[in-house]
Design a protein around this ligand. Structure first.
Ligand SMILES: Cc1cc2nc3c(=O)[nH]c(=O)nc-3n(C[C@H](O)[C@H](O)[C@H](O)COP(=O)(O)OP(=O)(O)OC[C@H]3O[C@@H](n4cnc5c(N)ncnc54)[C@H](O)[C@@H]3O)c2cc1C
Length: 221
């Protein structure tokens, strides 16, 4: 990863947070924490001048972000061809309700990553990456599921996105109403939000099986 992620970028860098720069963080550990906490990534790229932003699963693998999908995926083909891309993830932490409509907001941890992807073609490395991606869905799941066979490996494209530049932005705390609005009668505060797993629903054939320990309730991430 470029050193820019460890220190504030210069004023013209693409990942310099200009709006609310006090909410920015360029520390690599902060970036990794947000990437690991987020379930959903949006991958943006341009083909023939048309921008696309596609939701995907992701998994961090050291200093790379892994993506996967069908070999017929247009998105993955474009990225495998070296197209520059921008990946974003967001963890929503709360609804911020202010007395004024203007000051309504959300609490969040988000990351924007710029980079280019390369395709993982070595079958052993590809299987290892798919293991990582499976464990990103539920930690411990990869060891409790069948590994891909040769045809599944062949039909799956795995990409490793190198992180060239990245920014993290975090908003926390309560509403920021103007002093003149503080006496207004409207309730103000934060409604916390968290993504929580529901009660597991067994597929046909698994009704009588003991629930794996890794599916025990966990704290929101
Ligand atoms: C869930 C959520 C909802 C939001 N809703 C709104 C909204 O409704 N209206 C609104 O104006 N803004 C909203 N924001 C903030 C928004 O993401 C931008 O930060 C803000 O709009 C400034 O955009 P900009 O292009 O002017 O940023 P700039 O500061 O000019 O962006 C420059 C660089 O800063 C970095 N950056 C910018 N924003 C983020 C970010 N959120 N996370 C990580 N890096 C970032 C990127 O690297 C970007 O290239 C929301 C953010 C989140 C996470």
């Amino acid at each position: 990863m470029a050193p820019a992620t460890d220190s504030p970028p210069d004023r013209t860098a693409r990942h310099r947070v200009r709006r609310h720069p006090e909410r920015a963080n360029y520390d690599r550990d902060a970036l990794f924490a947000v990437l690991d906490a987020a379930f959903l990534a949006h991958v943006a790229f341009t083909v023939d001048g048309q921008p696309f932003a596609i939701p995907m699963l992701h998994a961090r693998d050291g200093e790379r972000v892994l993506l996967h999908g069908s070999v017929s995926s247009r998105l993955l083909a474009a990225l495998a061809g070296g197209a520059p891309c921008c990946l974003t993830v967001t963890v929503l932490d709360g609804l911020v309700l202010a007395r004024s409509q203007f000051a309504h907001s959300v609490n969040y941890r988000s990351a924007v990553v710029f980079g280019r992807a390369t395709e993982v073609t070595d079958p052993v490395e590809k299987a290892r990456c798919l293991w990582r991606i499976t464990d990103a869905i539920v930690p411990g799941r990869a060891a409790d599921s069948r590994v891909p066979d040769a045809s599944e490996l062949e039909g799956t494209r795995v990409l490793a996105l190198s992180i060239e530049d990245a920014s993290v932005k975090v908003r926390s705390g309560g509403p920021k109403d103007r002093d003149a609005d503080l006496a207004l009668p409207h309730w103000a505060g934060v409604v916390p939000l968290a993504l929580v797993r529901g009660v597991p629903q067994p597929a046909p054939g698994s009704e009588s099986q003991t629930l794996p320990a890794y599916l025990a309730p966990i704290a929101p991430r």
